[in-house]
Design a binder for this molecule. Structure first.
Ligand code: GRG
Length: 288
């Protein structure tokens, strides 16, 4: 993962414009966010899913970078005072803290827009039909039917009293949709048969929910130094969470079940996608 993360950072560096000229400040903020580390889990999923179908590595890496741009935009906007109001992300000052609020909004907008330019570029895939399918899938995952919709529900006043079903529905949109698209992107790039694509989707749906349950657990069990971001925020805001509703032990057991089920979804592949299995275990065991 570390090697892939480095390759993703290099590709992002190539794809993002240089921070010069009158627009320099917003590009500087986009680069500050996108080149600032992170696990690069979503790009990793794009690349590993694509590898199952023999996709050209350069194409997969470009698509992976586009997905990471969307993720970075969501982090910038999520950290804003109007949302989570966080000053720490990936172990350093959030974009609106390091720059200013207006620049952070524009940097998020810039990354969101740039992601679609990257997907539309032939470097992502030679076939325009594949690029159009990727763009449509990415829009659905990131927009009001996916991540943006999930974020809206997360901010609704009634959110505090959500039950397990409500939280699950919300998190499937907020966090899950982009994780699911990351795996599906590999299948789209590789023009995968429908059954393989459906299996990857199902794997990613389970993985995404387990990821969020572990995120909630880390939020109450870790320190800001370990995570590189503030902790305990959901609890402080009285928001319902998986561990809050289930208790930490049952929440972890639920995440474990989801990871087992995710790995089971991969049985359709003649050659076992061991890295995707290991990725699922990483999601369960991660400490950051
Ligand atoms: C503002 C449109 C908009 C959306 C925000 C995904 C999201 C919606 C906000 C992120 C806030 C958050 C902490 C969500 C919980 C799960 C999550 C997505 C964590 C961050 O992802 P990681 O752990 O981060 O993959 P790194 O830094 O490793 O990339």
């Amino acid at each position: 993962m570390a090697a892939r993360a480095e390759a993703v950072t290099r590709r992002l560096d190539e794809l993002l414009p240089p921070a010069d000229g009158p627009r320099g400040r917003v590009v500087e903020a986009m680069r500050y966010s996108a080149l600032s580390g992170g696990k690069r889990l979503r790009p990793f999923l794009v690349m590993e899913s694509a590898r199952l179908f023999g996709v050209d590595r350069d194409n997969a890496l470009t698509c992976a970078a586009a997905v990471e741009m969307i993720h970075c935009y969501s982090l910038i906007h999520d950290d804003l005072p109007a949302m989570d109001d966080s000053d720490l992300r990936r172990g350093r000052a959030t974009v609106h803290t390091a720059f200013d609020e207006a620049t952070a909004i524009l940097a998020g907008d810039g990354l969101l827009t740039e992601a679609f330019a990257v997907v539309a570029d032939p470097r992502c895939h030679g076939d325009p039909a594949v690029r159009a399918e990727l763009a449509a899938g990415l829009a659905a995952a990131a927009g009001a039917a996916g991540m943006v919709g999930g974020q809206m529900i997360d901010m609704a006043p009634e959110r505090a009293a959500f039950d397990l079903e409500g939280i699950t529905r919300l998190q499937r949109l907020k966090t899950g949709a982009l994780i699911t698209f990351s795996c599906e992107a590999g299948a789209i790039l590789g023009r995968a048969p429908a059954d393989r694509r459906a299996a990857l989707r199902a794997y990613a749906d389970d993985l995404g929910l387990a990821f969020q349950i572990v995120d909630d657990l880390l939020d109450c069990e870790s320190t800001p130094e370990e995570l590189g971001k503030p902790t305990g925020q959901d609890q402080a805001l009285g928001k319902a969470t998986f561990p809050g509703l289930l208790g930490a032990e049952t929440a972890r057991a639920r995440a474990r079940e989801l990871i087992e089920r995710a790995c089971g979804r991969l049985a359709i592949f003649a050659e076992k996608p061991e890295i995707l299995e290991q990725t699922a275990r990483f999601v369960l065991e991660r400490r950051f």
